[in-house]
Design a protein around this ligand. Structure first.
Ligand SMILES: [Zn+2]
Length: 169
């Protein structure tokens, strides 16, 4: 099978989401689901919409599938943004330490850039790993619409590491 023309996804049906404990025992959240695997065809260019049926409750889910090259482009953009976050994180962190460690003369406050750098440190600390994980799992398939309650379904990427289709750079 031509892997550039198709992508494997899992239609996830959430069975239960329970939070137990919290009083005497530690709080635990248990999410149970069933995954049904589908192979969806990629369009030769652009994007198209496919309908997937959840075998658990026969709900039909609409998914948008992008072509191979734009999927790769988006994945690399996400990776670049993740790297940028890393660069900004270290630059802002170094600046914040440098500026914050100074002994200021009486009556002088820290520059505005100091506050900006502190915010940048926090934002990139959260956004960087999120973008990086997204770039690894991005397969060009996104859920467009699902019957309500919408949150109880998801379309998850299926990693096919064993096939060796990923070309190392
Ligand atoms: Zn379902």
């Amino acid at each position: 099978m031509n892997t550039t023309g198709a992508v494997e996804v899992a239609v996830r049906h959430i069975l239960g989401d329970k939070v137990s404990g919290g009083f005497l025992r530690p709080r635990t959240r248990t999410i149970t689901w069933t995954d049904a695997r589908y192979v969806v065809k990629r369009p030769t260019s652009g994007k198209h919409t496919v309908e997937l049926t959840c075998p658990e409750c026969s709900a039909s889910l609409l998914a948008e599938v992008r072509d191979h090259s734009s999927t790769r482009t988006i994945a690399s953009v996400l990776r670049v943004l993740a790297v940028l976050c890393l660069v900004v994180f270290f630059a802002a962190f170094a600046y914040a330490i440098h500026e914050g460690g100074k002994t200021l003369p009486e009556g002088q406050s820290l520059p505005v850039l100091f506050s900006v750098s502190v915010i940048a440190v926090f934002v990139t600390f959260v956004a960087g790993p999120v973008l990086f994980v997204r770039s690894l799992s991005y397969n060009g398939v996104s859920m467009l619409d699902a019957p309500k309650p919408r949150r109880r379904h998801g379309i998850m990427p299926v990693r096919k590491a064993s096939q060796g289709t990923r070309t190392p750079r």
